[in-house]
Ligand binder design. Structure first.
Ligand code: GLA
Length: 712
């Protein structure tokens, strides 16, 4: 049997694809690039595997497009039929398209009239693989597609531990570890969005993998709708990950000549634990997914939500705008409650006209005031939704997604509009464009406050995936209409954060939970795949609204400085001293935000102290956080080690925040000498990386932010 080897290489890494006979290609190597990899003969040996007893007469390699006819134990990438017939297919190799950093394999099943294309592209700079598949109906029958997945990526048999991101409203991105046994592990999400129950991400690796150690393989599916991720160790010593959309029955039909594409699946392999993996994902998303505007200095944002909720009054808001400007905000966002009939969360979604009682002259005076104060204006919208108690729902009940004859369950007192319907799409699009045209809006906070549970159109067909595609299209339409428009992805906090929506939205609202004690874990989980500059992180009030916990301002500031800084509190209420501290936080953020947009991130936890390190691309600067949430595991804090610096350089280390160290003395006899001296302490990168800096004895919910600058 003839074998063919194709190598995707770049940045010191090589991925070797092996084709044997006319079977789909297998990915047989992913690791350091060596000249020896080009020796074809060695790969040929792989094709002739042993055949165990009581199995098939011949054995074959676990390939990237498993099907139902070659006898492999893994699940097929395609489950499809022609009205109950033709339930199994077999794809044979037709052609390959190779370019410098990409390979595409095309397979056909002539009898079925289907063609399958699998695309692989390698980002050499960030060592990230992107892959996707396309299926074309080349025959004359209609195909019913029950499942169509991205290429089935192989796993090593040693990768027996998994890490997933789970959560709920107000507690997103919690890390969960599980042993990967011989049962398949399944993450399935059917809420019409990517979270918060799960994020479409999975890490597998050698047991005990940690922040800086162990072999890990991370994948992320760039899709904001229903999905399934399956990881499975098989009885025959093969193991694979299969990821793709999850379809409702009858949802996808392929007419003659039609095609369907999977979302992009991103994959990174690291032999140095999670931090290296995260850095590769961050780099790839920065360079190839996020909108360009994310690269500009991200403004300090002040949001009206927790300050006034639905109680919009013009005078109050004008005062809030003044207070925001005085505190240093650069963008003011008018949250929910500005439109006609919206005095609580029970009505008016869908009627996107300004409330004439609250704003008799429209939003112009408010927007004008924001601009006069030197800030940009942002507006909250929830375009996919409609309240049963709205003019839109009463005029067009047929525009609502539903599954008849069943009760259309409300969530947060709302239903979902069928954006896959042309008229509905046009109506919402024109309303949003009218708002953009009427007011000087730089920014939309785009919310989605309920899961999509009953995605049936007027004909009773499921349109969940069409809905997601319509949302992407609508975002793109608005950005095309107003170049430079910025959109934030919010879904009751962080329930829609994925590389699909991030193509259009470069900021995410990480969570409605502004309690920094909870935020430490949320931000850590979010940071596993997504870079810090997109992470909305607001300083909340003294008493956190979601948890009731009272938290000192210093700690609220420390934690919020890890992301894109903002305010989520009534800034009219803060004392003079507090405002000075908030202004200082703004200055700190502004000083460093530019380089943070390209920083490498390290996170690690030791003795219940959470360390987070951002190192600039040039390695000239670094920020280091050490934070506690509860009390430390030991009597003294572990030394703070700083990885990623220029190895031969010296760094000036200074304590950036907080300035007042007295809190530590309430809990210990003294704190480290170097923190007592005024000015900077000079340390070598080697000392910082290997020995580390002595830390104070941290009581719960305290911490420190350090700044390191390379000596010239
Ligand atoms: C969601 C968001 C909040 C706020 C409200 C408004 O819960 O996550 O930040 O915008 O909606 O209704």
């Amino acid at each position: 049997m003839n074998t063919n080897v194709h190598i995707l290489r770049g940045g010191g890494t090589a991925l070797v694809f092996l084709r044997s006979g006319n079977a789909p290609a297998a990915l047989v190597y992913w690791g350091d690039d060596h000249a020896g990899l080009d020796n074809q003969e060695q790969w040929r040996l792989l094709a002739g595997k042993a055949t165990p007893s009581a199995r098939l007469n011949r054995n074959s390699l676990q390939n990237l497009a498993p099907d139902l006819t070659r006898g492999g134990l893994s699940t097929s990438v395609l489950l499809a039929h022609r009205d109950g017939f033709g339930f199994a297919q077999q794809f044979v190799f037709k052609q390959i398209e190779e370019q410098a950093y990409s390979i595409a394999f095309v397979y056909i099943d002539e009898a079925a009239g289907l063609s399958l294309r699998q695309n692989f592209s390698w980002d050499a700079a960030n060592r990230c693989l992107s892959c996707s598949s396309e299926l074309v109906n080349t025959g004359s029958d209609v195909w019913q597609i029950d499942k169509f997945s991205c290429p089935a990526l192989p796993m090593d048999t040693n990768w027996q531990e998994s890490l997933t991101l789970t959560g709920r409203w107000g507690r997103e991105f919690q890390q969960q570890r599980q042993h990967l046994s011989r049962n398949a592990m399944l993450i399935e999400h059917r809420e019409g969005r990517s979270g918060p129950q799960h994020n479409p991400s999975l890490v597998v690796g050698t047991p005990g993998f940690s922040d800086n150690h162990g072999e890990v393989f991370g994948i992320h599916l760039g899709w904001s709708g229903n999905y399934q991720i399956r990881a499975e160790h098989l009885a025959d010593c093969n193991a694979y990950i299969l990821a793709g959309e999850w379809f409702y029955p009858g949802e996808v039909r392929l007419e003659k000549g039609a095609s369907i594409q999977t979302p992009v699946l991103y994959a990174v392999r690291s032999i140095q634990g999670l931090n290296l993996m995260s850095q590769c994902f961050h780099g790839h998303f920065r360079d190839h997914v996020l909108p360009q505007w994310v690269r500009s200095s991200r403004p300090v944002l002040s949001n009206s939500w927790e300050a006034v909720y639905f109680d919009h009054r013009k005078e109050t808001l004008l005062n809030l705008i003044d207070a925001a400007a005085e505190t240093g905000a650069e963008q003011f966002v008018l949250d929910d409650g500005w439109f006609k009939g919206r005095r609580d969360d029970k009505s008016a979604l869908g009627d996107w006209t300004v409330c004439p009682e609250v704003y008799p002259q429209g939003l112009a005076p408010l927007v004008g005031h924001v601009l006069k104060k030197g800030m940009r204006f942002g507006l909250w919208v929830e375009p996919e939704m409609v309240s049963p108690d709205s003019e839109l729902a009463s005029e067009h009940p047929e525009w609502v997604l539903k599954v008849e004859p069943y009760e259309n369950i409300q969530a947060r007192n709302q239903w979902v509009l069928d954006l896959s319907h042309k008229d509905v799409y046009e109506h919402i699009r024109s309303r949003l464009i009218a708002l953009l045209d009427d007011y000087n809006i730089s920014y939309l906070k785009w919310d989605m406050n309920r899961p999509l549970l009953m995605p049936g159109d007027g004909n009773g067909r499921a349109v969940a995936r069409e809905q997601v595609k319509a949302v992407y299209r609508l975002m793109k339409d608005l950005c095309d209409h107003q170049p430079g428009l910025e959109i934030e992805s919010c879904s009751s906090g962080g329930a829609r954060i994925d590389a699909g929506i991030l193509r259009y939205t470069g900021r995410v609202w990480s969570s409605d939970n502004n309690d920094p004690v909870e935020r430490v874990a949320i931000q850590r989980g979010l940071g596993l795949f997504f870079p810090p500059e997109i992470m909305g992180a607001h300083i909340g009030p003294n008493k956190a609204h979601l948890t009731g916990r009272q938290i000192p301002l210093n700690y609220r500031i420390l934690v919020a400085l890890q992301g894109q800084l903002g305010f989520e509190l009534d800034l009219r209420d803060v004392s003079g001293d507090e405002r000075v501290k908030l202004q200082l936080a703004v200055k700190l953020y502004q000083t460093h935000r530019q380089w943070i947009g390209a920083a490498k991130v390290w996170r690690f936890e030791r003795s219940d102290v959470d360390f987070c390190v951002y190192v600039s691309e040039t390695k000239k600067q670094a920020l280091v956080w050490a934070l506690t949430t509860g009390s430390m595991a030991r009597a003294e804090a572990p030394e703070c080690k700083v990885p990623g610096l220029e190895e031969s350089a010296n760094y000036q280390v200074s304590s950036l925040f907080p300035h007042d160290h007295s809190v530590w003395l309430d809990y210990a006899n003294s704190y480290p000498q170097w923190l007592k001296q005024s000015g900077k302490t000079v340390c070598s990168a080697a000392m910082l990386a290997n020995t580390g800096l002595p830390m104070p004895v941290f009581p719960p919910q305290t911490g420190i932010l350090l700044y390191l600058e390379q000596e010239q």
